[in-house]
Design a binder for this molecule. Structure first.
Ligand code: IPE
Ligand code: IPE
Ligand code: MG
Ligand code: MG
Length: 297
């Protein structure tokens, strides 16, 4: 039987090793690199890179260098988004991944630049010659394009804009779902799509994985909202109760905890349904879907 815990641990170790290599810098390490590493290497779950690799695995085999570059680029973009999300001008949080947030450990200007640095590094990594080994240029272009679109103002950035605007004008259910699909769902969809493309997925498999990841992304953010109410801050490495303090539009605020949990479970069922025709190479994807709402961090 498939053991998710071992799978996650092994994937994380690979990804962390690659991320460390990408951040290598001459000694003494420049302050900006220290700030980037502070957030990047603080021990995130690495869900997006893991999902990228698991999606490739589910449909075939991707060449390892491009797959690892894509996986790491996803984590760099994600970590940049967290650094900026925590800034005083945004969610104003002081703890992340069990550490002081970047602007607390360093200073606000450095945190802004560390986010910028990680976002830029993501695309630099993707443009290195070794990242293309074994992949045709058109596929690689599509992979880069998918990441850029998901991260930018068509995706995550627009989601973050709506999240901030909703502090003043609360969203209805439809608006809330749309915001979650953008701020969190877009990058998660990109993660699955990038991995699948690199493994040469058929159009049908790509479509199924996209439906899987869209549902997973929504479930994942609903779980994040729920954990902000019920979670253990020690375990999560970040503060709880902050959404309510800021008057954030969230599922628990709008529907209550029980209905939010139900809705998250429905989304996981939808994710599983989307890939029900896949064979047991999709076991990791199935386990990740269940884990997305059962998690305590
Ligand atoms: C937190 O993401 C912010 C969301 C988009 C929900 P994660 O829960 O993946 O955070 P890390 O990467 O494990 O720290
Ligand atoms: C984070 O959303 C979304 C992005 C960083 C794009 P939240 O603000 O809800 O996530 P946490 O709870 O701070 O991790
Ligand atoms: Mg936020
Ligand atoms: Mg936040």
């Amino acid at each position: 039987v498939f053991d998710l815990k071992t799978y996650l641990e092994q994937s994380r170790a690979h990804i962390d090793a690659a991320l460390t290599r990408y951040l290598e810098a001459p000694h003494p390490r420049p302050r900006i690199v220290a700030a980037m590493a502070h957030s990047l290497m603080a021990g995130g779950k690495r869900l997006r890179p893991i999902l990228c690799r698991a999606s490739a695995e589910a449909v075939g085999q991707a060449p390892s260098a491009p797959l690892m570059a894509a996986a790491c680029a996803l984590e760099m973009v994600h970590t940049y988004s967290l650094i900026h999300d925590d800034l005083p001008a945004m969610d104003d949080d002081r703890t992340r991944r069990g550490q002081p947030t970047c602007h607390v450990a360093f200073d606000e200007a450095t945190a802004i630049l560390a986010g910028d640095g990680l976002l830029t590094l993501a695309f630099e990594v993707l443009s290195r010659p070794e990242a293309l080994v074994g992949i045709d240029p058109e596929t690689w272009r599509q992979v880069i394009c998918q990441l850029a679109l998901a991260a930018g103002h068509h995706g995550m950035i627009e989601g973050q804009m709506r999240d901030m605007a909703a502090e003043k004008h609360p969203l209805d259910r439809k608006g809330l779902e749309a915001m979650h699909r953008l701020k969190t769902g877009a990058l998660i969809r990109a993660a699955a799509g990038m991995g699948a493309r690199l493994a040469g997925a058929s159009a049908d498999a790509l479509g199924r994985l996209d439906r899987y990841a869209a549902a997973l992304g929504l479930a994942f953010q609903v779980a994040d909202d729920i954990l902000n109410v019920t979670g253990d801050p020690e375990r999560m490495g970040k503060a709880v109760g902050t959404d309510a303090d800021h008057g954030k539009s969230t599922y628990p605020a709008l529907l209550g905890l029980e209905a939010s949990r139900r809705m998250a479970r429905q989304m996981v069922d939808e994710a599983l349904q989307a890939i029900e025709t896949f064979d047991n190479r999709a076991s990791p994807l199935r386990a990740i879907a269940r884990y997305s709402i059962d998690r305590s961090r």
